[in-house]
Write a new protein. Structure first.
Length: 266
């Protein structure tokens, strides 16, 4: 962490003060699962407290399951959010096509709310982050860096969720995007194979960004609806084309097999 997110304890400088601050940082999504805390000496300096008080606070948070201490490796934020769905259910999602359409329908509605809230609540720091992500998306698009673009896509939607400033909405969306990153519902590369889709994706993300920056909640909601509906349509078309190709391949093999047999007949 190059810049500290921890604030100097101003009042009593007790372990409880430290506990509440770290709990708040985790709850607000500032600290994420896997983030490493600074070393004990540095963290005590940032909080402006004694190391015994810090140790007491960290031990409490570790016992509460919020932090994980690795011997010789430091202290890390635990994955307190985890997955909304269990591994067996995720496997069911991946093997049943209807789950993809339901997932996109869910995202369309919940992200519309997030974008609307973001347009109303985004702070200058939120807007600066969104502008940086959009600029990076444009650079990745120009260089045809698909992997970077896919990563930034998730980061962008996550940043919209953060700018909504609703804790429950934030963590729900993060878990939702984890499934997207894992490719459970659909493969972004399949959609991108269509001519012009990359251009449209970038323009759609730009429209969401512009509406949030302008503080226009209705435009932000509409932009998200348009974007996700486009993904729904493109995903559906891709699935139809894949099924057509599967059937065509079967017909081709069957016909080739018959022709081979006919050629060998006496």
């Amino acid at each position: 962490m190059s810049e500290t997110v921890f604030a100097r304890i101003q009042a009593s400088r007790t372990a409880d003060d430290v506990i509440r601050q770290i709990e708040s940082l985790i709850l607000e999504g500032v600290l994420r699962g896997g983030d490493r805390l600074p070393g004990e000496r540095e963290l005590a300096r940032q909080f402006d407290i004694s190391r015994p008080i810090l140790r007491e606070a960290l031990k409490h948070l570790e016992n509460a399951g919020l932090l994980i201490s690795r011997h010789g490796g430091g202290t890390f934020v635990a994955d307190v959010i985890g997955q909304v769905f269990s591994a067996p259910v995720v496997k069911l999602f991946a093997s049943h096509g209807k789950a993809t359409s339901d997932y996109l329908e869910y995202r369309r509605e919940i992200e519309s709310i997030a974008a609307e809230f973001a347009a109303l609540r985004a702070t200058p720091a939120d807007k600066a982050l969104l502008a940086e992500i959009i600029a990076a998306m444009e650079a990745a698009h120009k260089s045809n860096d698909f992997d970077k673009g896919a990563q930034l896509d998730v980061e962008f939607h996550n940043a919209i969720g953060e700018a909504a400033h609703n804790i429950v909405l934030l963590h729900t969306l993060r878990s939702c995007y984890q499934l997207l990153k894992d490719g459970v519902f659909y493969n972004r590369s399949l959609i991108y194979s269509y001519p012009g889709v990359a251009d449209m994706f970038l323009a759609q993300h730009r429209a969401i960004h512009d509406a949030v920056i302008a503080g226009n909640p209705q435009a932000a909601r509409d932009a998200v609806q348009k974007h996700i509906r486009f993904v729904e349509q493109a995903t559906h078309e891709r699935q139809l084309n894949d099924e057509r190709e599967r059937v065509a391949q079967l017909r081709y093999r069957q016909r080739a097999g018959k022709d081979g047999k006919e050629g060998k007949a006496p």
